[in-house]
Design a protein around this ligand. Structure first.
Ligand SMILES: Nc1ncnc2c1ncn2[C@@H]1O[C@H](COP(=O)(O)OP(=O)(O)OP(=O)(O)O)[C@@H](O)[C@H]1O
Length: 232
């Protein structure tokens, strides 16, 4: 198995592309979904967020108000660091669990949607391939304004706060252009899926594990032969 990091810009279409891969039967790890999961009431991160940011970030039903928290950390970078310090270790644990599950199921590759893959670079070294979901700036702004109900000025500020998409495109091993119709993006994703399925990059890890298991089995066999009394 090998890992493929999927990234892009805000509202460039990462979640939409991930859904296409999911429909194709691929193993996908959606960091956004995990991030929402680990802050649910009852999870350690929920408790720690309330301790750090107060009950103002809670909805009436006890869930975290992601909009309020999002606005808060967007304006105050030190608060963002604090939130990351609370949530990132929990998110990482879940990502490892899900990836391991896919490995046991025999998938050749796993796609991980990591919005800040190139910014934080922490997980980059584990990615055999990287995919950037690109869309041109005007389309990105229009989709962001529509989805989040933002003014042009606010949308521009959010796009501006990220590494430019063009830079990410330069760093990627694959680029999916999502500036046009869904059907166009879907076609590109299918071609990429075929290419990744054909790659032999999954073999080293699989062979390594098989050799390791065979080694352990042989060792146990030899031990059993040495320790158990031989039949008369
Ligand atoms: N090809 C497309 N045609 C029309 N609308 C699209 C297309 N791709 C994405 N969208 C819309 O643009 C918006 C942003 O897409 P999406 O949520 O997939 O982006 P994202 O990169 O995951 O965003 P974020 O990182 O900000 O959560 C959504 O409302 C989605 O429905």
């Amino acid at each position: 198995m090998f890992l493929v990091g999927l990234t892009g810009g805000i509202a460039s279409g990462k979640s939409s592309v991930l859904q296409i891969f999911q429909q194709l039967g691929c193993a996908v790890v959606d960091v956004d979904v995990i991030a929402r999961h680990v802050i649910q009431p009852g999870y350690p991160a929920h408790q720690r967020i309330v301790e750090a940011f107060g009950t103002e970030v809670l909805l009436e039903n006890g869930d975290i108000n992601r909009k309020v928290l999002g606005d808060l950390i967007f304006k105050q970078p030190d608060q963002r660091q604090l939130l990351n310090a609370i949530t990132h270790p929990e998110i990482r644990k879940e990502m490892i669990k899900e990836t391991f599950k896919y490995f046991l199921q025999g998938h050749r590759y796993v796609i991980l949607d990591i919005p800040l893959l190139f910014e934080t670079r922490k997980l980059l070294k584990y990615m055999k391939r990287t995919i950037v979901v690109y869309c041109n700036r005007d389309t990105q702004l229009a989709r962001l304004m529509k989805r989040n109900g933002l003014s042009l000025e606010d949308a521009e500020a959010r796009v501006q706060a990220q590494l430019p998409l063009k830079d990410k495109v330069r760093m990627a091993s694959h680029v999916l252009d999502n500036s046009g119709e869904w059907s166009n993006t879907r076609r590109q994703a299918i071609l990429l899926h075929i290419q990744l399925e054909r790659s032999l990059e999954y073999l080293p890890l699989r062979l390594g594990v098989l050799v390791g298991l065979a080694g352990i089995a042989s060792l146990l066999y030899l031990l059993a032969r040495c320790l158990l009394p031989s039949p008369p």
